[in-house]
Design a protein around this ligand. Structure first.
Ligand code: SF4
Length: 205
């Protein structure tokens, strides 16, 4: 099988507390199926040239922080665009990287189920940006279908277990209200999500 390639857009080292446990390197990749109104990566996704790298090449780039990863229980977080579009790559990365590295993935779950299945055993921790559980709010804000996200989230909670899944629930200026956010949180708890993070998007226009 051909070696999977990753369209690398950005790499941010020595992060703490923002995308998974310990010290992490956040790796940004191209492509996203959604079109969120307040996407902070929109310009990068649209205009920045991506560099295709193999898993072995990416491991060599991030290995510089190996000691930090091991000492703090951190590792590599795959971020947006949509990380799970590159699930086969993440799987290969997991096969080749040191076993102590913790692999996290930030995802909207707006991907075909097969990608979630592929990532299941390769990713230690999933950070799900659910946007909103209401189909109409979701469609207005992202252009996508909330039913796909909800179905994948149910599958992920069931198969990975709630401890490996953090669901982020944003308050989105002009798109949802604190009541909508609370409704989403309640629906998520009912679905079995145990780790929720409610927060507000800060918009600079
Ligand atoms: S899912 Fe993330 S990367 Fe994709 S458009 Fe929305 S905010 Fe941007």
């Amino acid at each position: 099988m051909a070696e999977p390639l990753y369209p690398l857009l950005s790499l941010a080292r020595l992060r703490m507390g923002s995308d998974g446990a310990g010290v992490t390197t956040l790796v940004g990749g191209a492509l996203c199926p959604l079109r969120c109104r307040w996407c902070i990566n929109a310009r990068l996704l649209r205009e920045a040239p991506a560099e295709d790298v193999t898993a072995a090449e990416l491991i060599e780039r991030v290995r510089i922080d190996d000691l930090y990863f091991r000492a703090t229980g951190g590792g590599v977080t795959f971020g947006g665009g949509e990380s799970l579009l590159h699930a086969a790559f993440i799987r290969r990365f997991r096969e080749l990287c040191p076993g102590e590295w913790r692999i996290s993935a930030e995802t909207s779950l707006a991907v075909p189920r097969a990608h979630v299945e592929t990532a299941l055993d390769a990713v230690d921790f999933f950070i799900v940006d659910c946007k909103d559980m209401d189909g109409e709010i979701y469609r207005r804000y992202t252009g996508g279908d909330a039913a796909l996200m909800r179905g994948n989230l149910r599958f992920l909670l069931d198969r990975a277990g709630p401890e490996r899944v953090l669901v982020r629930v944003p308050l989105i200026p002009r798109y949802n209200t604190p009541e909508d956010q609370a409704r989403s949180a309640a629906a998520l708890r009912e679905m079995g999500a145990a780790r929720l993070e409610l927060f507000e998007y800060v918009i600079k226009e």
